[in-house]
Design a protein around this ligand. Structure first.
Ligand SMILES: *Cc1c(COP(=O)(O)O)cnc(C)c1O
Length: 411
């Protein structure tokens, strides 16, 4: 693989033009869009408009004048298109953690007589922590976490399980579950299914309604490029909207919040998942970032993400680096997400040395270096350059410098 080949691949890439939609510092190759997406120009513009004009000039009248009050649903509808949901089935709100609390409580109610929440031991920890918190609140008799290894999930789908809570793409390894198959197996046993789409939305083909998924959550600041701390979202299949009662019954989920009635009555639509006042500045930025996805198909994003990853890995093989960095991500396209993870005892230091050299990746404890292939703004030439720099760092042992061993609060 050569620079010429990389440039030829870029010429053929139908998504190459979207790179111009993003603001990126010079000479930075950003392989961390799976963790915090970069800044879309549309989002930058909207941030200025919301702060300077909507808030600055129109003040409180913006709730009506600029439809702030409808923003959670409007943004939700833009996300819905990427995950096979209908208008009115997705709402933008809170964080994944908070949204999981709402959904887990509901799912337990929908399955009275069962208390087990089945999840995966190496799931993203917040999914397990929230389940543990719910357990502490309602007690062992109503909620019990059963976290098993990936290989034991199918066998654990028994008819005493209330809820299955899984993440489609594993944040450490990039392994991807067969959502459709697992959802069908769970439903055969009467289990309610909640999928965490944190590493899927905007890059993995997901077809929630076709796959008959009950509930899902996903992230605004990863592949959707909604900015640091952007709100997350909830998907709830329409058939459940009339029979739910989520426990964070704040006034924005009330069917008539401005009646100021002393009694809570849930909105019959997806709005019932709102709790308090939406973070308008942050949600507006996410809403504008979604414009980058208006003219693309997720299957094309997915194809490019896999193509970039393959180019990257082949380069590591050519340079001999793949013998010291142990690939943890499956080879098979059908069971991997848009990332590559490698283990190395000094993964943290390698990551720091790369960042110092303008290639931003991230580290996941204990020993994983993770490269994300967010397809809207990355080129094959970026893959070539990034792997050249990584090879140089490994060959010269640059990562052993003491400065690269120091850990910040966020790793
Ligand atoms: C990033 C991520 C989250 C983030 O949760 P927040 O509560 O929104 O911070 C949750 N689950 C998974 C699988 C993630 O990768």
């Amino acid at each position: 693989m050569s620079l010429i080949e990389a440039q030829a691949a870029d010429q053929q890439d139908p998504l190459a033009k979207f790179c111009a939609d993003f603001t990126m510092p010079d000479d930075v190759i950003y392989l961390d869009g799976n963790s915090l997406g970069p800044l879309p120009k549309s989002a930058q513009q909207r941030a200025r408009e919301v702060v300077d004009n909507q808030w600055g000039n129109d003040l409180i009248t913006s709730w009506n004048k600029h439809a702030w009050i409808d923003l959670p649903q409007l943004t939700g509808n833009k996300i819905a298109r990427l995950i096979g949901a209908d208008d009115g089935e997705v709402i933008c709100c809170d964080s994944i953690s908070v949204n999981l609390f709402k959904l887990l409580a509901i799912a337990l109610q929908l399955n009275p007589g069962r208390k087990k929440i089945l999840s995966q031991k190496d799931n993203f920890p917040t999914d397990l922590y929230i389940t543990q918190g719910l357990n502490a609140l309602v007690g062992e008799n109503r909620c019990e976490l059963m976290a098993v290894g990936a290989e034991d999930i199918e066998a654990s789908l028994t008819d005493d399980v209330a809820v299955l809570l899984l993440t489609q793409v594993n944040f450490r390894t990039g392994h991807c579950h067969d959502m459709q198959e697992i959802t069908a197996r769970a439903h055969e046993k009467g289990i309610i299914v909640i999928w965490d789409l944190a590493h899927s939305t905007g890059v993995m083909p997901v077809d929630l309604n076709a796959w008959q998924v009950d509930f899902a959550v996903g992230c605004g600041y990863k592949f959707l490029n909604g900015g640091p701390g952007a709100p997350a979202f909830i998907f709830a299949a329409k058939k459940y909207h009339e029979q739910l009662s989520q426990p964070l019954s704040g006034w924005m989920g009330h069917k008539a919040p401005f009646d100021f009635s002393p009694d809570y009555e849930a909105d019959p639509s997806i709005k019932q998942f709102l709790c308090g006042t939406p973070p308008i500045v942050s949600m507006s930025i996410l809403d504008a970032a979604m414009d980058c996805f208006a003219d693309v198909e997720v299957k094309d994003l997915h194809r490019k993400a896999l193509g970039l990853a393959d180019f990257f890995h082949k380069q590591l093989q050519v340079t001999g680096i793949s013998s010291v960095l142990q690939r943890q991500t499956p080879e098979d396209d059908s069971i991997r997400g848009a990332q590559l993870s490698y283990s190395h005892p000094m993964a943290y230091a390698i990551c720091q040395a790369l960042i110092a050299d303008g290639v931003i990746a991230d580290f996941r404890a204990p020993d994983i270096i993770r490269f994300g292939f967010s397809p809207l703004f990355l080129s094959y030439e970026d893959m070539f350059k990034a792997t050249q720099r990584l090879a140089r760092i490994m060959e010269n042992n640059t990562y052993k410098n003491p400065e690269f061993q120091i850990r910040g609060k966020v790793t």
